[in-house]
Design a protein. Structure first.
Length: 344
């Protein structure tokens, strides 16, 4: 009986001394597990007489219950302490200034592309794409530019092999679209994409830039439809007060041909470095699809006609956002790109 008292007192004392849940768990193992001190007391039973056994068993049971109760009570206290300590440690000072996460922005050229796609899709156009590495056939020959045609010099070309090249204009996509249509009318498409030329880089020229081709082919499509479409596009993109002008021009794949200029955003038309003192910035070339082009792609040019245009997206972005150097689009300076988060 003394031994039982001893185990009980030692146990209660050990529980009392515990400072954390790990220690308490160890005490629970030491005393109450199968190999623990309380179980050890039961082993003493076999040395007792039949009369003594019940009282002893009762005593051991009491001991076990007392320890269990004390362990549970202590556990509750320690758990509360632990939670309190944790809350204390993890306290958040909501008055401390936070960090602003660094969020990227849509590239200004993508914004222009998306805005133009919206505008033309709204007028019933669909969107088509094509490969950047292109066959001479689609970039030049189908565009009424046979080999050795002098107008090939208008677009100095990066050749890969004598018959493959980096497309110099999105007009190459137009030729693929015409071929795929197999003479079916009407056609009403825009084709955005990157193009490449051996141009010297300056404020308004880049050796890699973006164009968006537009193509409409059907019955009785006229130059008036083209002018109306382009005027609508220019006013929508640049506002009613920006001047635009149509200038007669030449492209082998259109007849007649025009180029469209917008009054310079930097000088308002007076003349400056950006517009090379002319007061105007050229944004697109356009015209009525040449009958040869229609015929080569399998259309009867006596039964249908069409117009096409090729817009320079960098030029549009420069005019719209007041950017004075085309190279800004390609140097990836984050300070430049960050300016566009407010347009998202
Ligand atoms: C063409 O590329 C014709 N394919 C456009 C066309 C399509 C005419 C359909 C008729 C029918 P051009 O070479 O002028 O034309 O280029 C068209 C536009 O691309 C220019 O108005 C200009 O905005 C832009 N552009 C041309 N060269 C560069 C360059 N090096 N850097 C940036 N933009 C350029
Ligand atoms: Mg031009």
């Amino acid at each position: 009986m003394e031994k039982v008292q001893q185990v009980k007192n030692d146990g209660l004392m050990a529980i009392e001394k515990c400072e954390n849940l790990e220690q308490l768990n160890q005490v629970r193992i030491d005393y109450l597990s199968k190999k623990g001190h309380v179980q050890g007391l039961m082993a003493l039973m076999k040395d007792l007489s039949k009369e003594e056994k019940p009282a002893f068993g009762q005593e051991v049971n009491d001991c076990k219950q007392a320890l269990t109760k004390a362990l549970d009570a202590k556990m509750e206290v320690l758990q509360k302490d632990a939670l309190k300590a944790k809350l204390e440690k993890e306290k958040i000072d909501i008055t401390v200034a936070g960090y602003k996460p660094n969020i990227g922005t849509v590239h200004p050229l993508m914004m222009i592309q998306q805005e133009l796609e919206d505008l033309f899709v709204g007028m019933g156009y669909s969107v088509a794409e094509g490969p950047e590495m292109e066959l001479d056939l689609y970039n030049f020959e189908r565009a009424n530019l046979p080999k050795d045609h002098p107008a090939r010099d208008m677009q100095d070309t990066f050749y890969i092999t004598p018959n493959t090249l980096l497309r110099t204009h999105t007009t190459a996509i137009q030729m693929r679209v015409l071929e795929q249509a197999k003479g079916q009318l009407p056609i009403k498409l825009i084709c955005p994409g990157k193009v490449y030329r051996r141009d010297d880089d300056d404020a308004t020229h880049s050796h890699q830039f973006m164009q968006m081709e537009g193509l409409v082919v059907g019955e009785n499509i006229t130059l008036t439809d083209l002018k109306g479409t382009l005027r609508f596009f220019a006013k929508k993109m640049f506002g009613e007060d920006r001047e635009i002008r149509f200038r007669p021009s030449y492209f082998p794949f259109t007849e007649p041909s025009v180029e469209v200029d917008v009054s310079c955003h930097m000088c308002g038309g007076k003349g400056c470095n950006v517009c090379k003192q002319t007061g105007w910035i050229e944004i697109l070339g356009a015209g009525m699809v040449h009958p040869n082009v229609l015929e080569m792609s399998g259309f009867d040019s006596s039964k249908c006609s069409g117009f096409a245009f090729g817009i320079g997206l960098e030029r549009v972005a420069m005019l719209k956002y007041g950017i004075d150097d085309i190279r800004n689009f390609y140097t990836n300076d984050v300070r430049f790109l960050k300016n566009f988060d407010r347009f998202d």
